[in-house]
Ligand binder design. Sequence first.
Ligand SMILES: [Mn+2]
Length: 321
Amino acid sequence: MSMNSDFLTPPAHGFAGFPICVQLNNLEADIAIIGLHYVSPYPRKSVASATQTAMETAPDAIRLQSSRFTGYWDHYDFDFNDVLLADRQIRMVDCGDVDRKANGSLQNPERITAVIRTILARGAMPVALGTDEGGFIPFVRAFDGCDDLCLVHIDAHIDWRNELNGVGEGYSSGMRRASEMPWVKAMVQVGLRGIGSARRQEVNDALLFGSVFIRAREVHQKGIDACIDKIPAADHYLITIDMDALDTAIAPGVLFPSPGGLSFDEVTDLVQGIASKGRIAGISLFELRPERDINGLTASTGAQLIINFIGTLAHSGQIGK
Ligand SMILES: [Mn+2]
């Protein structure tokens, strides 16, 4: 598929002031921000489709909140008790959005997979900002060249439905579809709580696959180190965050808010623990619904998760030099 930006649209402002690169054939970067627009093809008019017509898209909402960190890359970050990028040279770009201008159907899995594959082939790490978590399915398909991949799914819900309303490529089926991909060797699901789409059957299927469940309550009670010990050893880890994993107090802008979620520190400590166990292959962040957000709070939390993630990669020596 041609990568001549037929379906990549530059944003008005790059994430945290990063330079913009929508010509992926010229991509030279360690970190590549990429916005995904995808809507689960559920037949009923679902709340999920509301974002299709929202004034502000999730990637742009996160970019807007990231703008206050523009030029701060050599500043001290007390989360690390050091400068954010650990004095390393790291090339960071924003590749714009896949199918930003599309109207109506936004079921564009082939385009998403092709774009992510190209980013990986150029040696950059994809940092995907999406809305509907159905977009995770084509995202993870692009990692077929990555042996021994462990998914770290941070979410209140397990997303193991084989289908919902006859649709198998929606936001309730992401981890089920991923489990069917031969390169996905292991899975850990962190932040589980409350009631979601899973019934006993989906829980049994996930456990039969070997998914490791770490409930939000377990994180709160035992601490993050005990949880990191439960994460399977793997050569590569692919992290995906559903914003509803985080506590509603810092991430109210989601479809299914539920109290008792993870704190910012718990998620960032988890990511740091993963970076100490193996190589991180990429990250995706889904399910921010800007039309439900309060004062951009969820988008701000999302932006700071990404900035902290980049800092973690720098401090662990996984990117830059
Ligand atoms: Mn969820």
